[in-house]
Design a protein around this ligand. Structure first.
Ligand SMILES: Nc1ncnc2c1ncn2[C@@H]1O[C@H](COP(=O)(O)OP(=O)(O)OP(=O)(O)O)[C@@H](O)[C@H]1O
Ligand SMILES: [Mg+2]
Length: 429
């Protein structure tokens, strides 16, 4: 589980840390930086997918020129905070802390390169590009190789076959155009014990999903066996079909859906088109009327897709939904929040969402309240700050007396942010 994300000179953040919990809610005015936080998660996810920096930031295209991975918004020009030479992100996950700093090499047409990178496990530094806070070294005086210092390891610790005598520090070289994290897994001079830490971090980063639901794609019939929900909601029929293969899960699914829609949904049907072999989604209503995905309402489909993501086979470790309440009636938002709070409390998946919805904020439980952050700019400063709402002055009491939604709608959160500034110690609590 990811517990925090620190952003330094990333987009409009100078140095801010987002607290991440089982269910993390991010609020803030338009253009405050909420989606920039999503971009930071996407950057980390791109690392997990093994891409180079140019691919992560600029997009990755498969053989047919189709995009397998969309560029980060603003891509090359705007990922680093204006006027700064580099950005860095640090993600903490249970015992691991991974930090990467990325700058541009002007000698190489401004190509992105790793300028610092560290992987820590508890108090151990598995590798770093700059031991003792010195400057990182590019080998041979050129910039095509970054030197990594691997953790000093003693004989007892080296449990792979390599011959290691006494305390042993090892330097290896990696390419600076790709995060070292995904290079050392193949590196023949890296101990297996170290590779395992890297794999552990990669697994967390790789296992994120960024749902950006597209109604047309959700309505489309899909091929049976396609049980991975696409980012746009693709394969919704066959993912739901997979869930319904288990009667117990089917029951959970229809119960949620029945709550959502006034019509009485009895169940699902998945007719297969004999010519194309594609599976369609059909909702069966109480009077045995059938409604195809093409006729089902937008909100129903959105809700279904989120159910499919959270209840489907092989749930991901982290889901990012932007404006989760989009298209869902306020009275039903409660259902969605119940579902997410219930699913994330089990510990298998985390959900991060942005919202502008006061209703959503009013109904979150105490745990989610602790993991709700506000993003805002002070006096129209260029950079934005991130603070847990629970740490704003009197937040807890005001939440009880007025409800969090009213505090959002009335602009209280942004006002309260101003009081926390210049007060970086613990006093603001
Ligand atoms: N490289 C950069 N340096 C400084 N500021 C930047 C940079 N890139 C983007 N920004 C700022 O970030 C803002 C956009 O932030 P973002 O898209 O995260 O807003 P948001 O909180 O998601 O808003 P909305 O609620 O409207 O979606 C831009 O208006 C710009 O001011
Ligand atoms: Mg946004």
């Amino acid at each position: 589980m990811i517990t925090s994300l620190r952003l330094v000179n990333f987009k409009n953040f100078a140095d801010e840390t987002l607290r991440v919990g089982p269910f993390t809610v991010i609020v803030g005015a338009n253009a405050s930086g909420k989606s920039n936080i999503r971009d930071a998660f996407r950057f980390l996810h791109g690392i997990g997918r093994g891409y180079t920096l140019a691919e992560i930031i600029g997009g990755q295209y498969g053989g047919g020129g189709q995009s397998e991975w969309a560029e980060i918004r603003g891509a090359m020009k705007e990922i680093i905070r204006f006027g700064q030479p580099a950005f860095s992100l640090q993600v903490k996950m249970e015992n691991l802390a991974y930090t990467i700093e990325v700058g541009r090499n002007e000698a190489r047409n401004g190509a992105f390169q790793v300028t610092r990178e560290t992987l820590e496990a508890g108090s151990r530094t598995i590798y770093t590009s700059h031991p003792g806070e010195g400057d990182p070294v590019y080998a041979q005086g050129d910039d095509t190789r970054l030197v990594l210092h691997m953790e000093k390891i003693s004989l007892q610790r080296a449990y792979d076959r390599q011959f290691v005598q006494g305390n042993y520090a090892r330097r290896i070289m990696v390419r600076p155009d790709q995060p070292a994290l995904t290079q050392i897994r193949e590196h023949r001079r890296v101990l297996r014990a170290h590779k395992e830490y890297a794999e552990q971090a990669i697994k967390v980063l790789a296992n994120m999903r960024f749902l950006d639901l597209d109604l047309n794609r959700m309505r489309r019939a899909s091929f049976s066996g396609q049980i991975a929900l696409g980012d746009g909601g693709e394969n919704l029929p066959t993912v739901l079909q997979a869930i319904c293969a288990d009667p117990q899960r089917e029951k959970i699914l229809t119960e949620w859906l029945r709550e959502l829609t006034p019509m009485d949904v009895r169940g699902f049907e998945f007719p297969t088109d004999s010519l194309s072999g594609r599976v369609q989604l059909v909702l069966r209503e109480a009077n045995d009327r059938q409604v195809s995905a093409y006729a089902a309402s937008d909100g129903t489909l959105r809700f279904l897709a989120m159910l499919a993501a959270l209840l489907g086979p092989n749930p991901h470790r982290l889901y990012m939904f932007e404006e989760i309440d989009n298209g869902i009636h306020p009275a039903r938002v409660q259902l969605l929040i119940d579902l997410i709070e219930g699913q994330t409390a089990k510990g298998a998946s985390q959900v991060v969402t942005t919202t502008h919805s006061p209703d959503l904020l009013t109904i979150i439980n105490d745990d989610t309240f602790e993991n709700t952050s506000v993003v805002g700019r002070l006096d129209d400063a260029d950079e934005a700050i991130i603070r847990p709402v629970a740490e704003l002055p009197k937040a807890g009491a005001l939440r009880k007396s007025q409800g969090l939604g009213r505090l959002l709608a009335g602009g209280w959160m942004e006002d309260a942010l101003a009081f926390t500034e210049g007060d970086n110690d613990e006093e603001g609590k």
